[in-house]
Design a binder for this molecule. Structure first.
Ligand code: NAD
Ligand code: GLY
Length: 365
């Protein structure tokens, strides 16, 4: 089966993403954690549902090597990506007597990776952490690049910091237990990479969809690896989003607004991004830069992945504009949008007139 190693080459803080089916049950994962812990305490942060299949076997292995990991279990859900959840993590770190050399190991999806990463970033002014992502979305996006944080009721990811993990260990076999709706949601971010960066990859993902949805390990490993490669390259060039990294936000201005307006409960993050990408591509059409065929190809691939593509009829333009004002990408009151030029190339626009947003949303009426 296919295995990949990808470097995230950030000066002084570079790290490796390792991708291999079976990695989580191999001695390699124990080697990495043992060498990073340097005999300091490890605190594993995870979800209840992941304990039996993934966390308990790992704890056994670590114990056999003389390590004594502490486990903190967090209930699932985007609505729990909050400061209160992070505060409970601090309590757990203190109970585990985690010191400055301690290691946080996050085993879960993007919600836990973001919140656990932020707890590690802020505890004792920052300790090391490892990402062991278990959703497709976390494999291809959230575990890589060091963005950590939590939501506020007013908006997504409004609190956070950049804190790079020391290692990212991806086992595509964890996707065997992932609900199909979550697998599809992760595909939205994979499709995003094709649109923003890599036309041939967009075509390849479309062709691989039947195998991906059947959880073929080689197909999954291949798309995870290419997604991580693209993200690693973008992050290497622009870690803190001064320019290029913003292209990763395609679909996110509308997507984040939709998540906040619907109280983080109606849509999976990837579903909101799927709708956001279609709306933003239509906005690109309305200002005359996105060819309609690009939007059409995007919609067809999203539909083949069984992702939503229609903006909901009970959300108004006013709600979107208001939520947009609280988006952290908004500068001086101007909403920022990433808009396609063609499949494989986008640009960032802060000059989109409100009329174009209205016009794009009306196309869903
Ligand atoms: P999630 O973390 O909520 O996980 C989805 C669900 O799957 C949860 O119920 C979880 O318990 C369950 N689950 C996880 N792994 C499982 C497995 N192997 N088997 C069975 N169930 C499993 O959602 P997500 O889609 O992974 O992440 C979304 C979050 O990621 C959002 O908050 C988004 O803002 C964030 N994100 C962050 C970045 C970043 O760069 N930091 C990038 C993209 C998205
Ligand atoms: N998901 C956007 C980023 O990592 O920059």
């Amino acid at each position: 089966m296919s295995a990949y190693q990808i470097e995230v080459a950030i000066p002084d803080r570079s790290y490796t993403i390792e991708i291999a089916p079976g990695l989580l049950t191999s001695t390699r994962v124990l080697d990495v954690l043992e060498s990073l812990s340097k005999k300091s305490r490890i605190c594993i942060v995870t979800h209840p549902i992941l304990m039996n299949p993934y966390v308990l076997p790992l704890i056994e292995g670590l114990k056999e090597r003389g390590l004594d990991p502490f486990v903190h279990v967090v209930p699932s859900g985007e609505h729990r990506k909050t400061l209160a959840t992070v505060a409970r993590m601090y309590d757990a770190f203190i109970e585990a007597k985690l010191d400055r050399k301690g290691l946080v190991v996050v085993i879960g999806g993007g919600v836990l990776g973001d919140a656990g990463g932020f707890a590690a970033a802020s505890y004792l002014r920052g300790i090391r952490f490892v990402q062991i992502p278990t959703t497709l979305l976390a494999h291809v996006d959230s575990s890589v690049g060091g963005k950590t944080g939590v939501d506020l009721p007013q908006g997504k990811n409004l609190i956070g910091s950049f804190h790079q993990p020391s290692s990212v260990l991806i086992d595509p076999k964890t996707l065997q237990t992932l609900p199909i709706r979550e697998l599809r949601a992760g595909l939205a971010e994979v499709i995003k990479y094709g649109i923003i960066y890599d036309n041939p990859f967009f075509v390849k993902v479309d062709a691989l969809l039947p195998r991906i949805l059947k959880r073929d390990m080689d197909a999954l490993s291949e798309i995870i690896a290419r997604s991580c490669e693209i993200k690693a390259e973008v992050v290497r060039q622009d870690e803190t989003e001064q320019g290029l990294r913003a292209i990763l936000n395609f679909g996110h201005t509308i997507g984040h607004a939709l998540e906040a307006i619907t109280n983080y409960r109606r849509y999976k993050h990837g579903e909101a991004i799927a709708i956001g990408m279609v709306v933003e591509s239509r906005i690109g059409e309305c200002i005359g830069q996105t060819p309609p065929e690009t939007t059409q190809a995007l919609i067809q691939t999203l539909q083949r992945a069984k992702l939503p593509v229609a903006f909901p009829s009970d959300v108004s333009v006013e709600q979107v504009l208001e939520a947009g004002q609280r988006d952290k990408k908004t500068l001086g009151g101007l909403l920022h949008f990433v808009l396609p030029l063609r499949i494989g190339e986008v640009n960032v626009r802060s000059d989109v007139p409100t009329s174009a947003i209205e016009m794009a949303l009306q196309t869903f009426a």
